[in-house]
Design a protein around this ligand. Structure first.
Ligand SMILES: Cc1cc2nc3c(=O)[nH]c(=O)nc-3n(C[C@H](O)[C@H](O)[C@H](O)COP(=O)(O)O)c2cc1C
Length: 233
């Protein structure tokens, strides 16, 4: 990646729909790592359906993360209802009057206290949701400029309607974006140590009754938190 200047950052950010205020926040997030005790882990639910199986699974994952240490604080962000225009990532401008909520997410992601980010997505035809892809594509603003997500710990959770509906493929697909952001990507750790959290919403009684999947969600949360705690502050 070529060296970038602040002017390039602002120019590119405008092209990708990031406000200058947001750009400043992203830059300061990269330049001023927190020295305090708080370690925040944010879960991002990329289902267009608010509070449904992806959000429920992420809550379990985040609860497990929070149980690792009193220093770990968690927050769930749901993208449901937000307008995130993926085409802006390629510089296609918004239509006049069109709403775009991505800039409002920037300070919540680049906050120096945010040390871990867990992306949760439903499986749509063996891959992530369009909302998830649009969100990850818009994170190109960081990739092109200050890599504000660099060295944050990343984990991925996928929920499918069938047991083997493409959850692992989906997890891997999301992980590629996180690698490109220089994030420290982890799987769901011991005892099974697989790619991430893989859940089945078709289980009798709903996703929270998918015992195997819930175990992967809890293990992913624990693994992200353990890794965050090992990172120098
Ligand atoms: C367009 C579409 C495609 C889907 N494709 C798959 C799939 O390939 N594999 C699978 O297991 N489930 C698939 N599903 C089911 C969803 O992954 C499942 O219902 C999931 O729990 C939805 O998450 P949510 O409750 O958070 O919205 C699909 C659902 C939709 C709407």
């Amino acid at each position: 990646m070529t060296a970038i200047t602040r002017r390039d950052f602002v120019k590119d950010s405008i092209a990708t729909g990031v406000t200058v205020a947001g750009a400043t926040s992203a830059l300061s997030g990269a330049e001023t790592p927190s020295r305090g005790g708080l370690l925040k882990i944010v879960g991002i639910s990329c289902s267009p359906r608010q509070g449904q199986t992806t959000a429920k699974s992420l809550k379990v994952c985040l609860e497990a993360a929070g149980q690792v240490s009193a220093r770990v604080e968690t927050e769930l962000i749901e993208l449901a209802g937000l307008k995130i225009n993926g085409s802006l990532a390629a510089g296609i401008p918004l239509e006049p009057g069109e709403k775009d909520d991505f800039p409002s997410l920037i300070p919540r992601l680049t906050d120096p206290n945010v040390r871990g980010i867990i992306i949760g997505t439903p499986v749509y035809f063996g891959n992530m949701s369009a909302l998830c892809k649009a969100f990850l594509d818009r994170c190109i603003a960081f990739y092109q400029n200050d890599l504000a997500l660099s060295n944050k710990v990343g984990g991925v959770l996928a929920v499918g309607g069938t047991r083997n509906g493409g959850q692992e493929a989906t997890v891997q697909s999301v992980q590629v974006s996180l690698f490109c952001q220089e994030m420290i990507v982890v799987g769901n750790g011991r005892p099974h140590a697989r790619f991430g959290a893989t859940l089945w919403s078709g289980a009798e009684g709903g996703v929270t009754k998918d015992e195997y999947g819930m175990t992967t969600a809890r293990n992913l949360g624990r693994r992200v938190a353990e890794t965050v705690l090992r990172m120098p502050s």
